[in-house]
Structure formats: C-alpha cells, structure tokens
Design a protein around this ligand. Structure first.
Ligand code: SF4
Length: 190
C-alpha cells in the first residue's frame, strides 16, 4: 500500500479525509481528530462521543476530578505551546516531540496521543520525529517511535474514532475505574 493510499476505505475513508482536511482541501464533509479525541478513544468511546458532540459540562466545577486524571494531559491540545493544524504537542526538545503527563496511570491513551502526533507530523508536515512521554512526578521518560505497527495502530484508531463520532447516539456506558472521576459521570450513572 502506498503512503498516499493508507486507508483501506479509499479516498473517502476517514484517514484520507483527515489528511485532506489537514491540507486545507475543500471537503463537503471534513474530518478532524485532535489529540484529546485520540486519548478519549482509548479511555472510553462514550466519553469521546460526548466530547465530539459538544455535550457541555461544567469544567470549572471542582467536583469534576477527571479534570485531573485526563485533563492535565488531554487538554494539552488547548494549552500546548506548539500548534500545527489539529495537533498541539507540549514541546520539542532535542528534536523530539515531548508530551508531559502528570501520571503514568493512563499510559496507553497518552502513548496513542503522542503516536498520533508523530504520525500527523510525518503525514501532514513531512517531518519525521521520535517522541518522549515524560512523567516528571515519577522522574520517568518513555521513548515512543513511529514504527510500521504504530502507524497502523494510529490509522486503525482514526477509523475507529470516525465510527464513534458519526454515530447518532452515544455508545452504551460501560463501567470502568475512571468513571468515578469522569466529567460525564452523572450522564451515565445517575
Ligand atoms: S462515566 Fe464512565 S462510561 Fe461514562 S463517559 Fe465517563 S468513563 Fe465513559
């Protein structure tokens, strides 16, 4: 499969539509994926649907704790110092893309967010970079590389995200440890 034909669904598939959207091509149905969306997809598909469909929550409410677990990382899309189209990595350091995470308790979502940034940089900007997940509180740094397997993981996730966000209704709630501190807790369990 060529680099320009990475979506098994063809040019109308989610991956190619995302790339066309990122290039600024006029599309009837543009498709965007942010780092927050990539994280949520790997935490809870229902949460991703709420986020993508602008279901409002009171983010200033101190009772909304996943403010803490995810927000410090997930909202890096909004506070990141680097902005490139749909992505906003925390920083570049020694030529590597660094994402700073407060905790390693949500490693897989954070790793996929960073992998998506590396994929986006390569496919949209033509820039190849390695990444580092930094957990300053734990004094840990974890290297992340865009291997062929990781590339396929990212593209598979993009297709999965498209499937979730284009649903008419949210996926069913499935109880998980993060629910207690999720901003949407009351939507699911009260
Ligand atoms: S409360 Fe649980 S099921 Fe509901 S959106 Fe949050 S993480 Fe998902």
């Amino acid at each position: 499969m060529s680099e320009c034909d990475s979506d098994p669904d063809g040019p109308e598939g989610p991956v190619e539509r995302l790339l066309a959207t990122a290039r600024g091509e006029p599309l009837a149905d543009p498709f965007r994926v942010t780092g927050v969306m990539m994280q949520y997809y790997h935490v809870c598909e229902r949460e991703l649907w709420f986020e993508a469909n602008d279901v409002e929550i009171d983010r200033d409410n101190p009772a909304i704790a996943r403010g803490t677990l995810i927000d410090e990382s997930a909202y890096s899309d909004r506070k990141g110092s680097l902005h490139l189209g749909m992505i906003a990595p925390d920083l570049l350091q020694d030529g590597r893309v660094v994402e700073v995470k407060p905790s390693s308790s949500v490693v897989e979502p954070a790793r996929m967010q960073l992998s998506y940034y590396l994929w986006y940089l390569e496919r949209v900007a033509g820039v190849e970079r390695d990444g580092v997940l930094a957990h300053p509180r734990e004094r840990r740094r974890e290297p992340v590389e865009l291997t062929p397997e990781v590339r396929e993981e990212v593209e598979s996730a993009i297709r999965g995200i498209h499937g979730v966000v284009t649903r008419d209704t949210p996926p069913d709630a499935i109880e998980k440890p993060v629910c207690d501190s999720c901003a949407y807790h009351d939507f699911c369990w009260c």
